[in-house]
Design a protein around this ligand. Sequence first.
Ligand SMILES: NC(=O)c1ccc[n+]([C@@H]2O[C@H](COP(=O)([O-])OP(=O)(O)OC[C@H]3O[C@@H](n4cnc5c(N)ncnc54)[C@H](O)[C@@H]3O)[C@@H](O)[C@H]2O)c1
Length: 459
Amino acid sequence: MYWSELLESSRDGEQKLKMKSISIFGLGYVGAVSSVCLAHKGNNVIGVDLNPLKVEQLDSGRAPIVEVRVAEMAEEANKASRLHATTDAMKAIADTEISFICVGTPSLRNGKLDLRGVERVCADIGAALKRKNAFHLIALRSTVLPGTTENVVIPVIEAASGKRAGVDFAVCFHPEFLREGTAVADFFAPPFTVFGTANSEHLTPLRELYHWAATDIYETSPSTAEMVKYVCNVFHGLKVCFANEIGTLCKTMGVDTEVVTRIFTSDTQLNISPAYLKPGFAFGGSCLPKDLRAINYRSKELDLRLPLLESIMPSNNEHLERAAETILRTNKKKIGFLGLSFKPGTDDLRESSLVNLVKRLLGEGCQCRIFDEDVVLGRILGSNRLFIEETIPHIGSLLSSELKEVVEGAEVLVVGTKAVPANELAVYLRPGTTVIDLVHLEKSRRLSGHIAYEGICWK
Ligand SMILES: NC(=O)c1ccc[n+]([C@@H]2O[C@H](COP(=O)([O-])OP(=O)(O)OC[C@H]3O[C@@H](n4cnc5c(N)ncnc54)[C@H](O)[C@@H]3O)[C@@H](O)[C@H]2O)c1
């Protein structure tokens, strides 16, 4: 029985509305899991692969991969005639309304992403679309670098089909977040669902396909969606290495790794949370740099190599240098600073990255004026005073208590604190001033008009 007949014969109105016909290109881990899970949800699925063995297996109700629940779901869906497989891309495209691309994107020897599988499958799909009159929706699930959907996938399909994206077909980047070993459970409960497309008006069938998913759906641009997938994987890798280096350190120092981990991960306020994950400026202050140095020093004494922990201070210094270069690139010398202490609401200048940035710019011959409401030189005492006197002895001549004077005199205004009185600033800023934002002001608080705005690591 063909899908169309099956749809027609469905007595259940809701089922009829939501049931889709989907071709899944690539029957590896992602493709096989997607095939059985979508068929399990009542959709009609055709798996497509170049490998006849995988096709034969899935077409006869057997799993082409080893993964919990996939074998029984393949058998069940095949018996219900909702799951088939073929090597014939033409037929698969003709018989379905949505295609998933799940082909591999391995590394080349030099680390570059190998897109040959993606290019080939896009050419196959394009050739099939040439013979199809109905609109077709394509969801790319293979992991690809930002720009691939728009610069590779769409042009290849357009060239092979002679048709136009957004008119005859639409392409959406739809990253997959399943983990092998728990792939089926992850497919049914993903952390979120992401659609990256320039043609969101064509997404309705995909939205309907996931009517059962109880997760947030994000609709964004293809390159944003492509980047989200990489950010997730990079972060996961970072977490694993972090945990392993911390475990190594604990073991060598005779500390109980399990207990440390349990207590550390129980903090969902600062540790396992969005805290400190928003791109902004380099960290500083009287604790983080000192404590990182101490732990790295001890690791060296213990003859441990912990490259991740060792790389944190260099990475932070590099970010400070990035800020300096961004400012110096303007070729302007009069620099106004908003903020000097290591964070708003304190007058603590010890190891403030803003102090180090001012020092760096003074060394380049810049004239700096600084406004920070919390910093009153006469009130600064002890190690705080010692630090600033050693770092910038003439700091007193650079500080101003007048926001107006600092802002009006600046060719470049560096925003180093979120405690920015946006209304006053808007009045004082002169046209032609460049604003360099180090703290990631909310879009609504960024100064517009004739002002050139640049974020240190965002647009
Ligand atoms: N494996 C995972 O856990 C996982 C999770 C999320 C995302 N991803 C990403 O998903 C993609 C697929 O990963 P995978 O592990 O399933 O890959 P895989 O290598 O296991 O399977 C890819 C399949 O695609 C087939 N194929 C290649 N070219 C084809 C073509 N032109 N037509 C039809 N089939 C073709 C291959 O024969 C193979 O069976 C990759 O980009 C990967 O990075 C993988």
